[in-house]
Ligand binder design. Structure first.
Ligand code: GLY
Ligand code: MN
Ligand code: MN
Length: 461
């Protein structure tokens, strides 16, 4: 679908004017040293390759869109090169008119239109001043008016063919990166070297990490961002690495593999269980299915596997109902994926838990980031895992709560494995498209069969 078509669809859903901002540069340490510009995702959805510090006014009364761009200056041309003229921008974006953003305050009357907060605090301050609205990017209740969030989300949630082509491309790049990291994972290799391989492959095609790459033998730390370990035989590497293509679309993929030989007996049991949970959850995907039920199904498979290993005691349904499985699977099964890695999460639970649904208060399931009815065209992750987290296994509260449902002594043995380094964790994460009849796994080519991930680590870098 063309970007102009997306804007027309939004215009039809609005009851009053809407000003969207691209956001500007965010400083890394001092103002003239910013991070590379990344437009706000809702702006990026409506404009291809947008400029920093631009804005767009959607006027549903006239059906027109005005793009506001910074005035072209000599300084700009000197330091950054000549930018496209307003007329070239008008033609490229197919908007009704282009005006200078410096005149926004004169042209738009506070109180007559809506806007959204963006990550760039300077732009959000300007949006607050312009509208008088209490906007805060970090607070989903203040990111913007709910009808606007719902209108934008209804479009962004259902990916069109062009978006899916972008997401297939990020999956292809991610495939190459994961396979190279697997191949380099021999004992003695530093985690950081493998991060270089992963992010170097992204850079080769102009992509960037979609989030801080997680590559670690300490997979039990869910978002482990240190890369300081040297891999040792017996470790399990967890790579949660995804890229963002130039279009802004993301992948988010996790694979795990053993170092220095095949999995241990316990490693195989854990891996088999997580893979089965991943496959069961994917098999449940189809339009109309409630995402929380996908989570609960994955939880049940995890509980079943852990019961067979003797780590949990009781029947899997009872274990999931009490939440005992969450001692080992303490997070949600996934989240929406698109222009944001956790797509639309800035819009909060009012959008991601629709129809008055609320988050569970139970440990584990309370981290489930969305609970929508799945629909054709939605893209999201499926990412069950099993982890041996010392702080959870030794938590007096959890031990009291699940006293008879967990074999705590056996769990301790997992913490003592690998010469005291512990078992770590296993997560298997795929990017999934809900089709008319089921699921298409966008990341299916990335090896996850046990035999494959056991065989790939073979060459030292
Ligand atoms: N990479 C972060 C996540 O899996 O949600
Ligand atoms: Mn994820
Ligand atoms: Mn991930």
């Amino acid at each position: 679908m063309s970007f102009a078509d997306r804007r027309h669809r939004l215009l039809k859903k609005l009851s009053r004017g809407l000003l969207l901002f691209s956001g500007g540069a965010v400083s890394r340490n001092y103002p003239a040293n910013p991070f590379p510009f990344r437009a706000d995702s809702s702006f990026l959805y409506f404009f291809e390759r947008p400029e920093p510090d631009s804005a767009a006014y959607f006027d549903p009364a006239s059906g027109k869109v005005t793009l506001y761009l910074p005035e072209r200056t000599l300084d700009d041309a000197l330091w950054h090169g000549e930018r496209e003229s307003f007329e070239a921008a008008r033609a490229r974006h197919q908007v009704d008119q282009v005006k200078k953003i410096e005149s926004l305050e004169e042209e738009l009357k506070a109180g007559r239109f809506d806007t959204l907060a963006v990550a760039d605090a300077r732009t959000t301050r300007r949006a607050r001043a312009l509208t008088g609205a209490d906007l805060d990017f970090d607070d989903p209740l203040k990111v913007g008016p709910l009808p606007v969030l719902e209108a934008i989300a209804s479009l962004r949630l259902i990916k069109d063919a062009d978006e899916l082509a972008q997401m297939r491309e990020t999956a292809r790049i991610t495939h190459a990166a994961h396979v190279e990291a697997m191949k380099g994972s021999t004992p003695g290799t530093h985690e950081q070297e493998l991060v270089g391989v992963v992010e170097g492959l992204f850079a080769c095609v102009g992509a960037v990490p979609a989030y801080g790459t997680i590559l670690t033998a300490r997979g039990e730390v869910l978002h482990h961002h240190g890369h300081d370990n040297r891999l040792q035989a017996g470790d399990i590497v967890l790579l949660d690495g995804g890229c963002e293509a130039k279009s802004g679309y993301c992948s988010d993929v996790t694979r795990c593999w053993p170092v220095g030989g095949p999995f241990s007996a316990e490693g195989r049991d854990v891996y088999d269980t997580v893979l089965q949970a991943n496959l069961d959850a994917i098999a449940k995907v189809k339009p109309g299915v409630r995402y929380r039920d996908v989570h609960l199904l994955a939880s049940r498979t995890v509980a079943d596997g852990l019961a067979q290993m003797g780590l949990l005691k009781g029947n899997p349904d009872a274990l999931v109902e009490s939440g005992a499985h969450a001692v080992f699977f303490p997070h949600g099964v996934g989240h929406q994926l698109g222009l944001d890695v956790h797509d639309l999460e800035t819009f909060g639970d009012r959008v991601l838990y629709p129809g008055g649904r609320t988050r569970s208060s139970q440990f584990g399931t309370r981290y489930l980031r969305m609970d929508m009815d799945l629909a054709e065209g939605m893209t999201f992750t499926i990412e069950p895992g099993i982890y041996f987290v010392p702080q959870l296994i030794r938590s007096p509260e959890l031990r009291a709560l699940f006293k008879d449902q967990v074999d705590w002594a056996l769990a301790e043995k997992f913490l003592a494995m690998n010469g005291g380094r512990g078992f770590g964790g296993v997560r298997i994460e795929d990017d999934v498209l809900c089709t008319a009849t089921g699921a298409e796994v966008l990341t299916a080519a990335i090896p996850k069969a046990k035999q494959e991930v056991e065989q790939l680590p073979m060459t030292h870098l």
